[in-house]
Design a protein around this ligand. Structure first.
Ligand code: FES
Length: 270
């Protein structure tokens, strides 16, 4: 048995000694990572700018002050800092983005160290720490949206071409901002985008262009007219208009009204 292994052992020894003679420090011709580096569009640190610095005053309007009172009632007084997220959101809706002054005001109201508020606002991507356009277009480019329907690559390219801007940019007239985002939780209706608070799903380049054109007109030509804007939710896809996330040929189960206190909405949305 041992004699049978001798030729292999000699061959292995020769290979090892050849490798040792030729040994060079490891050198890579190209980086191990072959995908391009992509950095977050937003810095985690704040830099003062003319439109975003602590000397710009911010306070909540009367209506929002009442909402804040309501929100604070949900929490025991000693834990009112738990309300930081909804109040930051309120500040963003009033001011247009989550500026340093908004964060400082939230910290003052909730009696929190401002740094704690900055930590929250820089962690969650729904807080825009820079101004965004009137219509904030967020395109989901996670795997199910890449693979579903016509695919999110086509959706992203359509946005780029129609709006003339790229990921992380805003149109010069301030009407649109465009951002690529991760899964928005509507994968079954892929590909989809979020515009402000609304989801538009089952998109094709054609339905997307109609939507963007309607929004553009509403901002520049006709004035905002809800009836001219396509309804949020699934868009017509290959002639089929489905409700929410039901199968394209229609529901095959759960056809009756749910029992107990649950019920379907009469407008057919849910
Ligand atoms: S992957 Fe696009 S919504 Fe989930």
């Amino acid at each position: 048995m041992a004699s049978k292994l001798v030729p292999f052992a000699r061959q292995a020894t020769r290979s090892l000694s050849r490798a040792a003679k030729q040994h060079q420090p490891l050198r890579f011709e190209r980086p191990l990572s072959t995908t391009s580096h992509r950095r977050s569009e937003a810095l985690n640190v704040h830099r003062d700018t003319p439109y975003n610095n602590p000397s710009i005053p911010f306070s909540f309007n009367e209506q929002n002050k009442k909402i804040i009172e309501e929100i604070l009632k949900r929490y025991p007084p000693q834990y009112k800092k738990a309300a930081v997220m909804p109040i930051l959101d309120l500040g963003q809706r009033q001011h247009g983005f989550t500026s340093i002054s908004v964060m400082n005001e939230v910290a003052r109201i909730l009696e929190m160290p401002p740094m704690r508020v900055y930590e929250v606002a820089t962690f969650y991507t729904m807080y825009n720490r820079d101004p965004v356009g009137k219509f904030f277009v967020q395109v989901c480019t996670t795997t199910p949206c890449v693979l579903g329907g016509c695919g999110s690559d086509k959706i992203m390219n359509t946005c780029r071409e129609f709006l003339g801007i790229d990921h992380g940019q805003m149109t010069e007239d301030g009407v649109f901002s465009l951002l690529e985002v991760e899964c928005l939780g509507a994968c079954v209706n892929a590909p989809m985008i979020q515009i402000n608070d609304d989801y538009y799903e089952d998109l094709t380049p054609e339905t997307l262009k109609q939507l963007l054109q309607a929004l553009k007109d509403s901002a520049t030509v006709t004035g905002f007219d809800k009836s001219k804007i396509p309804r949020p939710g699934p868009q017509k896809y290959e002639g089929v208009q489905r409700m929410t996330c039901e199968p394209r040929p229609g529901r095959t189960s759960l056809l009756e009204e749910p029992y107990s206190t649950q019920h379907n909405r009469t407008d057919g949305e849910l």
